[in-house]
Design a protein around this ligand. Sequence first.
Ligand SMILES: [Mg+2]
Length: 192
Amino acid sequence: MTRSGGKGRKVVFLDRDGALVADKPGFYLLHPDKLHLYRNTPKALKLLRDAGYTLVIVTNQSGIGRGWITHEVLGRIHAKLRGLLKRHGVTIDAIYYCPHAPEQRCRCRKPMTVLPRRAVREMGLSLEGAAIIGDKRADVDMGRRLGITSIHLGTGHGKSQRAKYGRALKPSHSTSNILTAARWLIKHGGAA
Ligand SMILES: [Mg+2]
């Protein structure tokens, strides 16, 4: 999975659905044609890249475990995602996904930390100064378990998660979307 990441570069773990790609309660992305980037995703990722961050998507894709989608279709969805971003001059360094349904009781589903730790090991990264940006409590909780900065978004399921968990959510920072998250992270660094 090693791409252009490397020692000395900070990593930002990015949730996919509801953070970079449009999502809403009741929707499940099962086909490349249904993938839509949020309008400010390319700009946000470009800012993070220019600030020296390695970009690693960490995403729960339980649709595979549930039999709704295959690894092959997920691969096509990710090819489309990379293609759309490439048009804006943005490259994602790696995508790590958990293919299991919650009831399979795997060890890689967010908020567990197997996938980001695997990325760090395989890509020669460090958790120093790292951050996670996502719209669900699982993203924030994963960040806490890793001891890194967590940024919770109001896009996707963000607002309903805030209503559901309230103060129990406790991210390092709460903001409206991926662009305001990127700007905050660049300004405040990765100090958890
Ligand atoms: Mg999400």
